[in-house]
Design a protein around this ligand. Structure first.
Ligand SMILES: NC(=O)c1ccc[n+]([C@@H]2O[C@H](COP(=O)([O-])OP(=O)(O)OC[C@H]3O[C@@H](n4cnc5c(N)ncnc54)[C@H](OP(=O)(O)O)[C@@H]3O)[C@@H](O)[C@H]2O)c1
Length: 245
């Protein structure tokens, strides 16, 4: 079993449907968890308060990762606490349905900003503070739409395809430090983002259900463990067979 004691772990989109299941995988250890999200709400505060009762030291940062002027919030924390970062886990993302044929440029702009620029911006900001050793990890949550998209998911699929390519290229750059960089591409996951599609799409999945966010979080945990030391530049599809039909 890998121990996460004394690690510093940054999770973007930590309060989202998937991020909420990723975070507790680490909060039972004596690690530093830096949890990034965009909006303070009663719900997110309750969630963060609950985590604070566990062993991990919780640092919540409210930040818009699409705004370059806000990135110093992260740097300030890392400098102030003299932290070296072990894992960057990007769960940040949005989905806005839109057709490509008459595509709304503001939707294109927002989607690329949140799904591509935000994770890239986080990684480039944190990179000077990343522990340059083989136990470090970078994981980006992508989407199976990069392989198989339904109508209305085109812009989202483009953003996630680009994120996969970014992940592969970054993995090559980090070979010299032996740091694994991978992406995870869930199909339908039972979260607020996908709730309204459950009835329509459930039976289109060979396993006849959506993934639970915990199943995605388990894959994140595996990729951060020593069992995944030799895996890099890969994209892991977790979709109950949907994209293989
Ligand atoms: N759910 C699915 O079915 C599914 C399937 C495949 C892939 N994915 C991908 O998995 C990831 C997580 O999805 P999810 O369902 O957990 O999404 P979600 O519930 O909508 O959560 C999104 C998270 O990202 C944060 N966020 C959004 N924009 C941000 C910004 N500009 N700056 C900082 N934080 C921002 C949100 O913060 P606030 O809550 O504070 O606004 C929230 O914590 C996304 O990349 C998504 O594309 C999801």
């Amino acid at each position: 079993m890998t121990s996460y004691d004394s690690k510093t772990i940054i999770i973007s989109g930590a309060t989202g449907g998937i991020g909420r299941e990723v975070t507790p995988k680490f909060s039972e250890y004596e690690c530093n968890l830096i949890l990034l999200h965009k909006n303070r709400s009663t719900q997110s505060q309750q969630y963060i308060n609950k985590l604070s009762n566990q062993k991990a030291h919780i640092n919540e940062l409210i930040i818009d990762l699409t705004n370059p002027d806000e990135m110093n919030i992260i740097e300030n924390l890392l400098q102030k606490k003299h932290l070296k970062v072990d894992f960057i886990i990007n769960c940040v993302g949005i989905f806005l349905p839109s057709l490509l044929s008459n595509c709304d440029i503001s939707i294109l702009d927002k989607t690329l900003s949140n799904n591509l620029l935000a994770p890239i911006s986080l990684i480039r900001t944190v990179f000077p503070y990343l522990a340059l050793r083989s136990t470090s990890r970078i994981i980006n949550i992508s989407s199976v739409t990069a392989k198989k998209a339904n109508i209305g998911q085109g812009i989202y699929a483009i953003s996630k395809s680009a994120l996969n390519t970014y992940t592969k290229c970054l993995a090559q750059e980090l070979y010299r430090y032996k740091i694994p960089v991978n992406s995870i591409s869930p199909g339908f996951v039972k979260t607020a983002m996908s709730e309204k599609h459950y009835t329509t799409f459930k039976n289109k999945v060979p396993f006849k259900r959506f993934a639970s966010p915990t199943e995605v979080a388990d894959l994140v945990l595996f990729l951060t463990s020593s069992m995944a030391d030799y895996i890099t530049g890969e994209n892991f599809i977790i979709d109950g067979g949907f994209s293989n039909l």
